[in-house]
Design a protein around this ligand. Structure first.
Ligand code: SAM
Length: 330
């Protein structure tokens, strides 16, 4: 086992790297990317797979052992399956998972399973076809739903479903969404909306997870699920007798920063110490400038050292972050 050398100034050990492999996405979720002129990174600005693998190997030598592939929509990038296979083969990596809006996932599930990936995070904010089309710009709810069912039948697990909670937009569906867990092994995750440089929403649709819990109280008592060592920031619960779980991720009303174990590698090749702070370190420039692995490792350590103690999105009216999620990866 690799000694963990990525410890920040607040004694948090960082073992988790989230990698955005592309800023491109086939959806235009209202809270995530602009509807009209989407600024796209040039091909040459995006890290090549070979470059990502090298950065990962350096990270692993410092104690990274868990990876999430995200985007944009990772499945739109050519050659992803071969890349995932190579990633999984890196000695020292314990877990690789993938975040996707799941539109393109169906025909790729066999190949995805062959890469060894079992853990999926799927973004789905509504169960209504017309609303899905309005929120994402694509009329393909049924396709997404079929793909989720297929992934479930094929044994992908855990199957997490990320629901960005938005007042006046999908708050009338929280009960229906949470009730899915009674019969299906989904791990629903309600995520408090974060104000992240999104140009389509002209008001802040924030609703707290405490409010969501009140809204779904009619479903019955929520029993707390014990936290595992490797758990993310979600508080986890289960309805009595349910096969799935309901979780709450509360970046605005709770500070879970104390347990943060992550760094992010953005599509443009920057190490980002904190999702909710715009500070980034340009590891691509270093790498393309023929730096050796030692220099890359030093940049990882600098990124770890520059993690803030906590983010600044404190409640409604908190500080806004300029960068867009599709380039950072959620
Ligand atoms: N595009 C892929 C997808 O939709 O699954 C992966 C990237 S997306 C940026 C990752 C996650 O971030 C999604 O589950 C999305 O719902 C969440 N997200 C994006 N913008 C957000 C915001 N402003 N507040 C809260 N969550 C957000």
């Amino acid at each position: 086992m690799t000694a963990n050398k990525l410890e920040d100034r607040y004694c948090r050990r960082l073992n988790y790297l989230r990698i955005s492999v592309t800023d491109r996405c086939n959806l235009r979720c209202i809270y995530c990317v602009p509807r009209d002129a989407l600024p796209r990174l040039a091909h040459s600005d995006i890290l090549r797979y070979e470059e990502i693998l090298r950065i990962v190997r350096v990270g692993v030598s410092l104690g990274i052992d868990k990876i999430r592939i995200t985007g944009g929509e990772p499945l739109v990038r050519k050659g992803l399956m071969a890349f995932l296979q190579r990633l999984q083969a890196i000695e020292g990596i314990r877990e690789v998972n993938l975040t996707t809006p799941a539109v393109l996932m169906g025909p790729l599930l066999d190949r995805l399973r062959a890469t060894g990936i079992r853990r999926l995070n799927i973004s789905l904010d509504t169960l209504r076809r017309e609303r899905f089309a309005r929120l994402t710009g694509q009329d393909c709810f049924e396709q997404v739903w079929d793909n989720i069912r297929q992934a479930c039948e094929m044994g992908f697990a855990p199957l997490k479903i990320n629901v960005v909670a938005m007042q006046g937009i999908n708050d009338d569906e929280f009960t229906d969404i949470a009730a899915l867990t009674r019969k299906r092994p989904f791990q629903i995750r309600f995520i408090e909306y974060m104000p992240l440089g999104n140009p389509n929403l002209h008001h802040d649709p924030f609703i707290s997870n405490a409010d969501i819990r009140r809204r779904i109280a009619s479903l019955g008592k929520l029993e707390r699920v014990e936290r595992g060592v490797d758990d993310g920031p979600a508080e986890r619960f289960r309805l009595a007798g349910a096969v799935g779980e309901i979780g709450f991720i509360s970046p605005r009303t709770h500070h879970f920063c104390r347990d943060c174990n992550r760094l992010r590698l953005t599509a443009r090749g920057h190490l980002r110490p904190c999702l909710l702070s715009d500070r980034e370190l340009d590891i691509k420039k270093l790498l393309r400038g023929a730096a050796d692995d030692q220099a890359l490792a030093e940049m990882f350590i600098r990124a770890a050292q520059s993690k803030p103690s906590r983010h600044q999105l404190n409640g409604i009216g908190g500080k806004s972050v300029c960068a867009q999620m599709n380039a950072i990866g959620g």
